[in-house]
Design a protein around this ligand. Structure first.
Ligand code: FAD
Length: 106
């Protein structure tokens, strides 16, 4: 059976890491590719009620792909929407690079 929790953890790991290493100065083609990737991701995410909600969320808040900073923050905000829905604590999005790219600073 589909393990929605383990799949979710692994998927957020990939999505936040992709955002953390997204270009600082993406070309228009890279920006379009990432927008397409997110739409396709949302079409095929194996948890069907998750993917339905995520498609609605993408329609309301399209991916902000202008640079790494904007895209990482956008991803963090989308994850917080899911956290909110599930009654989980919200993540401080000013710390997203520390968590997913640079490592926690002492
Ligand atoms: P996760 O939420 O998986 O988070 C993993 C780690 O990410 C955390 O330990 C934390 O360090 C970090 N983190 C937490 N919040 C943020 C943030 N906002 N920004 C950056 N980093 C953060 N589950 C359902 O039951 N119903 C759903 O509808 C649903 N929809 C989902 C939609 C998508 C697109 C994805 C990828 C997952 C979805 N899930 C859903 C799974 C759910 O989000 C969790 O992954 C799962 O419940 C496990 O939660 P967790 O508490 O272990 O941590």
């Amino acid at each position: 059976p589909l393990d929605v929790e383990t799949l979710g953890q692994s998927t957020w790991n990939l999505l936040h890491t992709m955002a953390a290493y997204y270009p600082k100065n993406p070309t228009p083609t890279e920006q379009k590719s990432m927008q397409d990737f997110m739409q396709l991701f949302a079409s095929f995410y194996p948890c069907s009620h998750c993917s339905q909600d995520f498609r609605d969320e993408l329609a309301k808040n399209p991916p902000q792909t202008e640079n790494q900073n904007a895209f990482s923050r956008w991803m963090c905000e989308r994850h917080n929407k899911v956290n909110e829905k599930l009654g989980k604590p919200l993540f401080d999005c000013s710390k997203v690079d520390e968590r997913w790219r640079n490592g926690w600073q002492a």
